[in-house]
Structure formats: C-alpha cells, structure tokens
Design a protein around this ligand. Structure first.
Ligand code: SPV
Ligand code: MG
Length: 574
C-alpha cells in the first residue's frame, strides 16, 4: 500500500503507522522537531514522522538528556500533529520514568493524535546513544518488559504502536544479549523492535536481522552506517528505516551560514535570494486558509477590509495648485486630501487600501497604501482607472473617489451595510440644473426621514452619458457622493459588469456613474444610504478653500465649527 492510495490516507494515523510497520515493503520515516519541519516532511512525500528526541531537545536548545520535560515534548508534538496529518512515532526515550509514567504517556499521546511511541531500554535520565554509548547503563530487562506491557494495556486505540528499542549493541553487551532482549520485548507485546547500532558499517544490524529471522518488524536508524545502500536494508527484511536527525542538522548548517554572513557583511543582500522568502513561510503556515476563513466567518456584520481609491486626476479648475502633484495630494488643514481619506478608512478597519494614481502619481505619499498607476490617465476616465485595480476587488471592498472628506459616521454606516452594493446619496443637493455639479442621483424614493429604515434603491446616476428622458425629467433625489460599498459576491458581479463595459468602444471615456447605471441595468439592486450634508468633494478652487474649514471641523477640539452649506457651486453641503 502506498501513501497515495485513498484507503491508506483515510485510515487513522495510528493505523497507518501500524500498516507501515507490518508491511512487507521497506518503509521510511523522516525526523521532524516542530510544526514547520513536520509540514516539510509531509510535503516531501514521507508517510510518517520520527519525533526525534535529539532533534526536539536540540531545537529547544537543551541536551538529549531529558532536560526538556515530557510534557514540553508532548506540547511540541501537538504542534507537529496539527501541522501535518502524518502519523508520528515519538522517540519517547526511556518512557520518562517507570511503568506508571509510560501508562500516562501513552494515554496523553493518544489524546494528541500521536500514532506510536518508541521506548528504549536505558535508564532515566538517558543520554544520546552516540555520546559514550558503552558507558550507558541498560535497564533491567524484566522491568523494561513491564513498561511495554503497561503501555500496551493502557492504550485505548488498538492501532497505537509501541516500538521497543534495544540498546544492547550501543552499550557493548553483544549480539546475544541484544537478541535475548528483543525476544523478551516482542513477547511483552512490542509491535516492533528498533535495533540500534553506532558502527559505521551495517554488519551488526545485518547479523541481528539474520538471527531475528522475521519474528516481528525491525526498525533501524542508519545515522552512523549511512553509506550502506538502502537496497541492503531491503534485502535484509528491515521493516522501516528512520532518517533520524537530518532536518535539524540541515537547518543548523543553514542558520549558521546565514547568521555568519549577515553578521560579517552587515547587509541582507547576499542572503536574500538564497533563503526561503517570507511568502514561502506564509504558505507553510497555511496563511491562505486563514484569509478564506476570515471571509467566511468575519464577513457578516464586519466592515469592508479593502478599498480602491480613484486618484488619477489632476483636477479640473485646480491647475494652479496641481503643477507638481495630483489633486489628492493637495494639503487640506495640514495634511493631504488623500491622507484624510486613508485615515478615515483605517479608522473603520479598512486597512487594505489601493490607490489608483495617474497624473503625478510619483508625488503620492504611499505610506500605508498600495499604489497602482493608470498610465493612460490623460486619455481615460474613472473606469479605466478602476480597471487597473480590478484584481483588488476580491472581497468586501469600498470604491471611492480620492477627493472626499466626510464625517466618519457616513463611512461607518456604509461599510456596515449587508447589501451587495450600497452607495451614499446626499439629499441636500438636488439642483440638477447646476452645470458644475455632477453625479446626481435618482432613487426609488426621496429622503423621507419618516421612512427611516425603509430600503431605498438607486435608479440612475447622471454621468457623461445622458439619462433616459423619463428619468431626466424628474428632479433628482440627491447627489451620489462618490462612495460605493461592494459586499461578498457583489464583487464578482461587479467584475462581470466591468468586463462587459470594457468590451465597449467608449470604455476609455466611462465614469463611475456609468458603472452604477450598468449594474442597475444588469438587474443589481444598489441600496441607498441618504445623508444630508456632512461631506465635501474637492472639484475646484472654491471647494479646495472650503475643504480646509470642513477638515478643521473634523479635527478633535478644533476651534472652528462647520459653516453652513452655501449652495450647489461647491459641490457638497457640509
Ligand atoms: C533520536 O533521534 O533522538 C534517536 C536516534 O534517538 S539517535 O539519535 O540516533 O540515537
Ligand atoms: Mg533519541
């Protein structure tokens, strides 16, 4: 059976480990020592993980002498089991005490989804087998058999495996003693025998395997006799090979080299291309799954998290003050217009902000935003700019003009809307004859505060295109302020409508109202949130002058107060 067979993958971890131990194929386990390395072992294609005592203690920065407590080891295993669905065979050293500690260990390992444990017949606290192994005292054989029995009796999952590790060859007690112990452990209930050797040749392991003659699964750790061809193990009837410490060693060499290089050169340039990028770390952490879950579980009742701000224009009538910067970088009450907008977004938790620049995009302050540029801004309109940020429209997203100031409740109420599409319409401004004002809005009902709570929908917004004569004959209900909130699947539908518009010959000249109207024509319902003033657009020098007063009114403890609206010419009431 191999890892790709569905039956194997769907079996429990413990069943998979057991299957590996008893299978007639030579199987392999790779060491891991934390969640990240466990994930890496799985991705490499291994079917099981060796929870190496040496590697786990090393990554904690302590010795392989039971300096890390067994509960610290088990906590670490929990991260490994979470990061990888592979079976984990824990290197449980001596079982961390007597038979009673083994019983508790087995129960705790089962609770954390660990598939099996290997215990070795040394004395607690143990020392790594490759450190003066001959000086290491072995456990009493009968006492160790008691541990195996206790472990087997306390497992509740019949597939949980206990591997008994024979250290007689390491400690120099000879082949007969190794075989005697292995047989005793097999009889005590061990599911497999791990026979360990520190020789650089496989001779004693092969001799042991010959004498053992297939009485039960044999596991080996060829760290020292690594040059032996793997085929030799296969022919010897070995069940499972453990590559016991190679990831911690690989990580150690890499970290030493990189730390040394950065320390010496005092720069990152020499290492950047030679180490995993942060995106690779995010991938191994499954960051994408988090984003998807966020969309699934945080979206309802939550504000949009992204915004696209259209900021490509120089601003008609503002040429005198925009030689060296776009309109959105005009200073209003001490900070650029765009910064007011970005701050307002961030205050509502809208942090992923993409600004589409165009005219003098180089002068846009990019702190806290992503900038994309509509290179054809001089010949194209708002929708061409929006098209530059189409890939940002992936979840709940606000689309906004770049030249807006507004009281914070306007944005708060808009982003809290559950509707797929919602817009803010200012009902204080209905003078459609005024040529300097754009974006008049016709809605399903006028702003009647008596109807508070009733849903009102957008029917049309004036744009470069003429409204149908039926609509144009009616007095508009207000003015669209330049904020569109798109929720959930609305994004996909907006992209589809954008695609249709992009196919049109006049796409380059289309503005945002054309998109709103196309959405309405496509059958979408656009919810209207009426406001009465409390915002300002900057369309000409007069707006620019008044914007400062408005902004001061938004500043905490500012001496100035809002001045009353003075009519349509400034484009917005306060
Ligand atoms: C371990 O990986 O911790 C082992 C195997 O016990 S060895 O270090 O080779 O003894
Ligand atoms: Mg060990």
């Amino acid at each position: 059976m191999n890892a790709r067979e569905p039956a194997f993958v769907s079996a429990s971890r413990s069943a998979r480990l057991r299957q590996m131990l008893v299978s007639n194929e030579l199987e392999f386990m790779m060491e891991a020592h934390n969640g990240l390395s466990a994930r890496i072992v799985r991705e490499a294609g291994f079917k099981a993980i060796w929870g190496s005592g040496l590697a786990i203690s090393a990554q904690f920065g302590v010795r392989d002498n039971n300096e890390a407590s067994w509960t610290q080891v088990v906590d670490n295993l929990e991260f490994m089991a979470d990061a990888s669905d592979l079976p984990i065979l824990l290197d449980g050293d001596t079982g961390y005490g007597n038979f009673n500690n083994v019983r508790r260990l087995v129960r705790k390992l089962e609770q954390r989804g660990i598939a099996g444990v290997c215990i070795e017949d040394k004395q607690f606290p143990k020392t790594n087998s490759f450190i003066n192994g001959e000086a290491q005292p072995l456990a009493d054989m009968d006492e160790f058999c008691g541990k195996i029995k206790a472990g087997k009796d306390s497992q509740s999952d019949e597939n949980f495996s206990i591997v008994a590790r024979v250290e007689a060859l390491i400690a120099g007690w000879g082949m007969d003693e190794a075989l005697r112990r292995a047989e005793a452990y097999r009889r005590a209930g061990a599911d497999a025998i791990l026979i360990h050797s520190k020789l650089s040749r496989p001779d004693e392991i092969l001799e042991f395997a010959r004498e053992w003659a297939g009485r039960g699964p044999l596991v080996i750790v060829p760290t020292k006799y690594y040059s032996t061809p793997t085929e030799v193990f296969r022919e010897a009837g070995i069940s499972t090979v453990i590559w016991a410490n190679h990831l911690i060693r690989a990580a150690t060499s890499a970290m030493q080299a990189v730390a040394q290089e950065i320390h010496t050169s005092q720069t990152l340039v020499n290492v950047e291309d030679r180490i995993a990028g942060v995106n690779e770390i995010f991938r191994l952490q499954d960051a994408d799954e988090y984003s998807e879950a966020e969309d699934r579980y945080l979206s309802s009742g939550r504000a949009a998290s992204a915004a696209v701000v259209l900021a490509a224009s120089r601003g008609k009538g503002l040429e005198a003050v925009t030689q060296d910067r776009p309109k959105v970088m005009l200073p209003i009450a001490g900070k650029p217009l765009l910064r007011w907008l970005v701050d307002a977004f961030k205050k509502q938790g809208v942090n992923d902000i993409t600004v589409v620049g165009g005219y003098r995009a180089d002068a846009i302050d990019t702190a806290g935003i992503k900038l994309v540029v509509n290179e054809k801004h001089a010949e194209t309109g708002e929708l061409a700019s929006l098209a530059c940020a189409l890939d940002k429209l992936a979840g709940d997203t606000l689309i906004s003009y770049g030249d807006l100031l507004f009281r914070s409740y306007i944005l708060r109420d808009l982003v809290e809307s559950e509707a797929a599409f919602s817009v803010v319409v200012d009902s204080s401004l209905t003078d459609a004859e005024n040529a300097s004002v754009r974006d008049f809005a016709w809605c399903s009902a006028a702003d009647d505060r008596g109807l508070f709570g009733n849903k009102v929908h957008l029917r049309h917004v004036s744009s470069g295109q003429r409204a149908s004569s039926e609509i144009a004959a009616q007095t508009p209900h207000g003015r669209w302020v330049g904020l569109l909130n798109v929720r959930g699947e609305g994004c996909e539908r907006l992209r589809a409508v954008m695609q249709q518009l992009q196919a049109r010959a006049d796409f380059a000249s289309l503005d945002m109202p054309a998109l709103l109207n196309a959405l309405i024509e496509a059958g979408e319902s656009i919810e209207v949130q009426y406001v009465h003033g409390h915002w300002r657009g900057v369309n000409d020098l007069e707006d620019f002058r008044r914007a400062g007063d408005f902004a001061h009114g938004q500043t905490p403890l500012a001496a100035s107060v809002d001045t009353p609206a003075t009519g349509a010419a400034n484009g917005a009431a306060q």
